[in-house]
Design a protein around this ligand. Structure first.
Ligand code: PLP
Length: 405
């Protein structure tokens, strides 16, 4: 079945915008996706009908807010096939989810222990582990990236040993679009008894996730990259691991008992949810996942592949353009440089023609250094993009190259 892209576009009011008289062509979906009307409505409904603090109120609004908030947790649980709802922790996004685990890890590691991350990680999944290693005296190792934009799997295997305590890698590279073999990588890490965290910021936005099938211990993702609001996300962790993981943020809600000198912690998931949660956005994130899950996932994948294939074909024929990242398994991300002009200039001149792409290092400075580029221009596709928009990108890019030459 193919995707009814026109009907999908109708649900995104922002796509009707014009930029300097040009129709908006939004190709910056890896940075954040746009929101369908039902997600906007869910947020407005929450604030117009039942805004209240959850779990502690003895009144109707608190009751309703708690019910919607916890129902959204169930939607996340089902979407990632988590075995238990208490394994789903609300966060402010992928970054916070990773920080929760990294902070606890810093307390569990000792000098001599090793942590492995990769040369393609977003800073959120790199600087965090650097810090955990710094505070604990553990050593950070890196899986190198091949010219294709894939991780060097034999180098990864060689890095794993009995000192490896933790491995973190991205499901999908935000800068290159590479889809990593996360199940195989997890299985290898498990052979040496390491904990595994998958950074799912880009993975969750492109199809259902099955954390049980992956076999990892932790999976973190953000609402705003999957048609939901900013400022909310989810961290999943195996109950048996989370139950003993050191807490990071302390305060209200995450405690069980408190005396003037000491405190005991609440049960999962609340022991990792200190303070008032982002209730309205969590509910709207649930609505976003419900909306996305209702789409035919095979059709979504086929549509995004068609966009990427078309863009890649045009890019390969485009004079002076070099694609950065040509992995066999990719989501709809085309990262590139031109022979003339800095990526920032490309972005600026595309914007003047209504085309929104991302330029820069994509929070992956070591990866840019690996490919010896100052940054790239990145077009990233989503369910509402069309082949005509890909054509518009390359028509505009032609003008850009003439201007920059
Ligand atoms: N990891 C990857 C691969 C990302 O692409 C991003 C954001 O672009 C993040 C982590 C951080 O996500 P957030 O800023 O939503 O916390």
């Amino acid at each position: 079945m193919s995707l009814d892209v026109a009907a999908i576009r109708e649900q995104f009011p922002i796509l009707k915008r014009e930029i300097d008289g040009n129709p908006l062509v939004y190709l910056d979906n890896a940075a954040t996706t746009q929101k369908p009307q039902c997600v906007i409505d869910a947020l407005v409904d929450y604030y117009t009908t039942c805004n209240s603090n959850v779990h502690r109120g003895a009144h109707r609004l608190a009751d309703e807010a708690t019910r919607h908030f916890e129902a959204a947790r169930d939607i996340v649980k089902d979407f990632i096939n988590a075995p238990k709802r208490e394994e789903v922790i609300w966060t402010s996004g992928t970054t916070e989810g990773i920080n929760i685990i990294a902070n606890g890890l810093g307390q569990l590691l000792s000098p001599g222990d090793e942590v492995i991350t990769t040369g393609m990680d977003h800073h959120a999944n790199l600087v965090t582990w650097q810090q955990a290693c710094k505070v604990s005296g553990a050593t950070l190792k890196t899986v190198p990236v091949l010219d294709s934009g894939e991780l060097d799997q034999s180098a990864y295997s060689a890095l794993l040993n009995e000192r490896t305590k933790f491995v973190a890698f991205p499901h999908v590279s935000n800068a290159l679009g590479t889809v990593n073999p996360i199940k195989e990588m997890t299985a290898k890490a498990k052979q040496v008894g390491a904990w595994v965290l998958v950074d799912g910021a880009q993975g969750a936005a492109h199809g259902r996730v099955d954390v049980q099938d992956i076999g990892c211990d932790f999976y973190a993702f953000s609402g705003h990259k999957i048609y939901g609001p900013m400022g909310v996300g989810a961290l999943w962790g195996k109950a048996s691991v989370l139950a003993n993981w050191p807490v990071w943020r302390t305060g209200g809600e995450m405690i069980s008992t408190v005396t003037l000198q000491d405190a005991t912690w609440n049960v999962l998931p609340y022991r990792f949810e200190a303070g008032t949660p982002n209730v309205g956005d969590a509910i709207a994130m649930g609505e976003a996942i419900r909306w996305f899950s209702a789409l035919d996932q095979d059709a979504v994948a086929a549509h995004e592949k068609a966009l990427l294939d078309h863009a890649t074909e045009l890019a390969e024929r485009f004079e002076g353009l070099t694609i950065i990242g040509q992995a066999k398994e990719k989501i709809g991300v085309l990262s590139f440089v031109l022979d003339h002009g800095h990526p920032a200039d490309i972005g600026f001149l595309l914007d003047r023609q209504g085309i929104a792409v991302r330029t820069g290092d994509h929070c992956a400075q070591p990866l840019m250094a690996r490919f010896n580029v100052p940054g790239t221009a990145r077009a990233s596709f989503s369910v509402y993009n069309t082949l005509e928009e890909v054509d518009a990108l390359f028509a505009a890019l032609k003008k850009v190259r003439t201007m920059l030459a």
